[in-house]
Design a protein around this ligand. Structure first.
Ligand SMILES: Cc1ncc(COP(=O)(O)O)c(C=O)c1O
Length: 402
C-alpha cells in the first residue's frame, strides 16, 4: 500500500486532457493547445550557437552552474528589464526552469496550509496547480475588461483575514492573460499596488506574453510602478524564443530571491547550463527586437483572422474578448451551456477548444472556453470557427427548447 503524502490528496490530472487526446487526430482543427507556434523558433541561430557552445565553451555550457543561474544571463536580463523601467540587480534575479518553476518555488516559499492567495476568475491553470500542492485557500476575484474587480479584492482580503486565512500574495497575469487575453489598465495596476501596500501583501506579476503585443500602446509593468519592493516578476523565454529550452526568471526583492535560491537547491541544484547559454546568446548576439517584431507580425494576422471569423460565425448569444496581443481569445456562452460536455460534440464536428471551467479557482465558468490561434493556419482558423459556430448554435437552440 503506497502512503502518499496528505497534501497529494487533492492532486488531480485534468479531465479535459483525456478529451484533448482526440484533438491530435489530423482532421481535427484544434484551438486547444496553449503552445507557441514552432514556426517562430529561430532554429538556425539556435543550432549554430549550440554547436559553438558545446565545442568551444563546454566548461560553461555542459558543467553544473550556480543555483542563481548564469551571471551573463542575469546581466543581460538586468539590461532588458531596464528597458521596461524595471530596476534590478544581480542578487534580485534567479534563473528558473520556465516561469512554471517560479510559481512552484513561490508556493513552497510562502504557502502554509490555509493561507490565502488571490487569483483572478479565471486565471492560468498551471498557477492553480502549482499553488494547490501547498494547500492554500485560493480566493477567486472576478476579472473585468481592464483587470481584477478591485473593490471585490479589497473585501475578499478583509474576509480572508476574518476567517483566519493569512493573505500572502496576489497572483496576476496583467498582459494578454492566459486564458482570456485581457490586459490590465494602468489605473488598475496602480490601484493594485496601493492595495498591496496597505494590506502588506506581495504581488506576483507573471508576464510571459508581455512582448507579444500586436497593436495599441505598451502599458507599464506593475513592477516598474512599484516603489515599495512588493512585486515579484516571473518572466520566460518560452513564448519569445523556444518553450522547450525551459529558461525563465524570477525577479524580486533580495530576501525573496535568497529564499527561492535555497529552495531551488533542493529541487534541482541548478538549471540547465546549455539552454541558459543559448538564452544569453539570444539576448546578446541576436537582434531580439527584430525577432519579436517578426513574431508579433506572425501572430497578429492569426489573431485578426480569428476575430473576423468569430464575428462571421458565432451566434449573437456568444461574447468574446478582443485582445491586442498574446495567444488566446476567450469565449463566453449563455448560462446553461456546458462547454466540457459540448466538447464531445465539437470533436465529432472535428474542432477542438479548451473548456474554461478548470481556469476558475471556484469551479465556475462552465459556459466559457479558451481558443488559441497560435498553431492553426489562416484557412484552419476560418473553417474551425465555422464548425465551432455551428456546434454552438445547435447547443444554444437545444437550451432554448429545454
Ligand atoms: C501565464 C503563464 N504563466 C506561466 C507559464 C509557464 O510557462 P513556462 O514555464 O514555459 O515559462 C505559462 C505557459 O503557458 C503561462 O501561460
Amino acid at each position: 500500500m503506497l502512503k502518499f503524502a496528505e497534501r497529494t490528496k487533492g492532486a488531480k490530472r485534468s479531465a479535459i486532457r483525456e478529451l484533448l487526446k482526440y484533438t491530435e487526430q489530423p482532421e481535427v482543427i484544434s484551438f486547444a493547445g496553449g503552445l507557441p507556434d514552432p514556426a517562430t523558433f529561430p532554429t538556425e541561430f539556435l543550432a549554430k550557437v549550440a554547436q559553438e557552445e558545446i565545442l568551444h565553451n563546454a566548461l560553461k555550457s555542459l558543467q553544473y552552474t550556480t543555483t542563481e543561474g548564469k551571471r551573463p544571463l542575469r546581466e543581460a536580463l538586468i539590461r532588458w528589464l531596464g528597458e521596461e523601467g524595471i530596476k534590478t540587480t544581480m542578487d534580485q534575479i534567479v534563473i528558473t526552469n520556465g516561469s512554471q518553476q517560479g510559481l512552484d518555488l513561490l508556493g513552497r516559499a510562502f504557502l502554509d496550509e490555509g493561507d490565502a492567495v488571490f487569483v483572478s476568475l479565471p486565471t492560468y491553470l498551471g498557477a492553480l496547480q502549482a499553488f494547490r500542492a501547498y494547500q492554500p485557500t485560493l480566493v477567486g476575484i472576478p476579472l473585468e475588461e481592464d483587470g481584477m474587480d478591485l473593490s471585490f479584492l479589497r473585501r475578499a482580503i478583509r474576509e480572508a483575514k476574518r476567517a483566519g486565512h493569512e493573505p500572502k500574495f496576489i497572483y496576476v497575469v496583467p498582459d494578454f492573460q492566459n486564458p482570456t487575453g485581457i490586459t490590465w489598465s494602468e489605473e488598475k495596476r496602480k490601484e493594485l499596488l496601493e492595495i498591496a501596500e496597505k494590506e502588506d501583501l506581495l504581488i506576483v506579476e507573471d508576464i510571459p506574453y508581455r512582448w507579444l503585443r500586436y497593436k495599441g500602446e505598451h502599458i507599464p509593468t506593475i513592477a516598474s510602478l512599484d516603489e515599495g519592493g512588493r512585486v515579484i516578476v516571473l518572466l520566460t523565454f518560452s513564448k519569445i524564443l523556444a518553450a522547450g529550452l525551459r529558461v525563465g526568471a524570477l525577479v524580486g526583492p533580495q530576501e525573496v530571491v535568497n529564499m527561492v535560491v535555497t529552495l531551488k537547491q533542493g529541487a534541482d541544484l541548478c538549471g540547465p547550463s546549455l539552454t541558459q547559454r543559448l538564452a544569453v546568446r539570444f539576448l546578446t548576439d541576436y537582434d531580439m527586437h527584430a525577432h519579436i517584431a517578426r513574431l508579433c507580425q506572425h501572430y497578429k494576422v492569426k489573431l485578426e483572422a480569428m476575430l473576423e471569423a468569430l464575428a462571421r460565425h458565432m451566434p449573437e448569444e456568444a461574447g468574446w474578448t478582443k485582445p491586442e496581443g498574446g495567444l488566446f481569445v476567450w469565449v463566453k456562452l449563455p448560462e446553461g451551456v456546458d462547454t466540457t460536455k459540448m466538447l464531445e460534440r465539437a470533436l465529432v464536428h472535428k474542432v477542438a477548444y479548451v473548456p474554461g471551467q478548470p481556469f476558475f479557482a471556484d469551479g465556475s465558468g462552465q459556459n466559457t472556453m479558451r481558443l488559441s490561434f497560435a498553431l492553426a493556419t489562416l484557412e484552419q482558423i476560418e473553417e474551425g470557427i465555422r464548425r465551432l459556430g455551428a456546434v454552438i448554435k445547435e447547443e444554444v437552440a437545444t437550451l432554448t427548447l429545454a
